[in-house]
Write a protein that binds this ligand. Sequence first.
Ligand code: C5P
Length: 395
Amino acid sequence: VTEAFSLWGIPIKYLSLLVLVVQNSALILVMRYTRASVPEDQLYLASTAVVMSEVMKALVCITLLYFAPAPGKRTLKKLVNNLNRELILQWRETLKLAIPAGLYLIQNNLQYLAVSNLDAATFQVTYQLKILTTAFFSVLILRRSLNKMKWISITLLTIGIALVVLPRNATLSSFGSFLTQTTLSDDRSDDMTDAVDNVGNQSNVKGYVAVLLACFLSGLAGVYFEKILKSPVVKPQPKYTRFQSVNTDKENSDDATSRKSSVELDQEDPLNAMEDEGVPQSAQVWVRNIQMSMFSLLFGLVFVVALQDGRKVVTEGFFAHYNALTWLVISIQAIGGLIVALVVKYADNILKGFATSISIILSMLVSVWLFNFIISGPFVLGAALVIFATRLYGM
Ligand code: C5P
């Protein structure tokens, strides 16, 4: 993926936002279905699903790194060298990713908790509060100054979302009927909705607390990741360079190294030895994701074993109650992570928030066709506001 990449004339910035809209809608709908359509004792472990999506993401990133356009021949040795250099030799850079990895890990688990306890529409809308937390952290951490126009668009967006959702009877219950306890009298009520309808034991308070915490973490982690992605990589200086004369102080020192030729020294320092290789700038985003996945995997497994579901994993297995749909959720989440990384690289976190707001409207429009969702006046006004706010922010 290069800076100039575009498809059908759409620049990657907008393309990634567009794909994010679709991914976001699909993720919540399928995730909610998998969490709500079976009794609690037959649920897959969310904590293991989070780990699996990290595994999937890391594998995809390694593949993308391998195929990234770079001078010279593509070889496995080169890939291993690059991974060694980026992940291990430059361990200081790698370590920076531990923070967003930890924050995202908790956020991902909270997202499952929230989606298990709130209907999809309520979750999607309350989760939009992350636009505010993201704006807040962008100002705080990235020292981004948002002009009056941008603040106005963020406020309009929040009002727009509220309008889309507030008339609960007209909107939420219809849209959410797919994913809540409301019974559909419609002929189109299928097995899927019936199964969902039967589910009880959800706690709204738990859901709201989870979603609020997730908003906070989403804003913080996203902005932190953006900061790392957009700041230059500090490469450790090789101990010696080709141009450094090692013989200048030869007379003053009997240190053995000073007598070695510069070429020998080049080969001794692993960073020097791989001087001609290296990850092209356009593929750095994949390296960042692999670095982050390493920590997410580590923390995720600790989370599974020590904190949450260790006993269940031992008695029932890591993949207990997994089915095709579970793997679908895991894949959509992994793809989402990759798209988010691209969006953060080519656009920014706040624009990402706007894209997901549009995905709410899309989900609701889909539910007009699927679930007889009735479009109300406030919905139209709210949707128009969201679109207007997005344009305004883009300007
Ligand atoms: O809700 P929000 O947009 O903050 O979620 C971002 C999602 O993208 C999280 O699930 C996070 O794990 C994922 N992500 C990722 N890799 C990145 C950045 C985000 O997997 N580099």
